[in-house]
Design a protein around this ligand. Structure first.
Ligand SMILES: [Zn+2]
Length: 197
């Protein structure tokens, strides 16, 4: 097994790395616990992200607050269906899909399912890849508010939902990162060793 700090390889069973003194661990035994802890934190943070306003728009005559879904509906009403679709995909479809995918991976790993390990590994890779693009909504709010701040007659400020949405995305990313994809293959190896030429 390799030392996590200095990458020197040691035989199995050795407790500490003789080179750098770091503790040797072949596996993170609390992987699934960490996955669930971050997952629950992410789901909790996602609730206020949908209830509280994402954008607070102030003009000379009126001030409006819009949530994620409400904002997308409003944008669609003005005819920008593409932008509305991007917002809905980035802030509803992808986060919810990620929650479901991570929960599915963690549950099947916990139960030791050996069904379709290849597809599940692929699913995990997709979840990890999507992680870095999940902040689109926060970027949109940041760009909008900085652009509109420049004008005197109107201002757009990010609402509390922008913060909790960002927290939710970060928690989900950490949840996916805590998942050890080798867990998917444990059950498979136990059942039938793969033939090597
Ligand atoms: Zn070391």
């Amino acid at each position: 097994m390799a030392c996590r700090r200095c990458a020197r390889v040691w035989p199995m069973g050795q407790a500490r790395c003789d080179r750098c003194g770091s503790r040797l661990l072949s596996r993170d035994t609390k992987s699934l616990q960490k996955v669930w802890a971050w997952w629950i934190a992410g789901v909790i943070a996602y609730i206020p992200a949908n209830i509280y306003p994402m954008l607070m728009t102030n003009t000379l005559v009126s001030s409006t607050e819009s949530t994620i879904v409400g904002g997308a509906v409003e944008i669609a009403r003005y005819g920008s269906y593409g932008v509305a679709a991007i917002i809905l995909i980035a802030s509803v479809l992808i986060p919810v899909g990620k929650f479901l995918a991570i929960a599915f991976l963690a549950i099947t790993a916990q139960r030791g399912t050996n069904v379709a390990p290849r597809s599940r590994t692929h699913l995990f890779e997709i979840v990890e890849f999507i992680g870095r693009w999940s902040m689109i909504d926060v970027f949109v709010v940041a760009i909008l508010s900085s652009l509109v701040q420049l004008s005197v007659v109107a201002s757009i400020r990010p609402g509390p939902a922008a913060l909790t949405f960002a927290i939710s995305v970060i928690c989900t990313m950490l949840s996916a990162q805590a998942f050890d994809s080798r867990l998917i293959w444990d059950a498979v190896r136990r059942d039938k060793p793969r033939k090597t030429p």
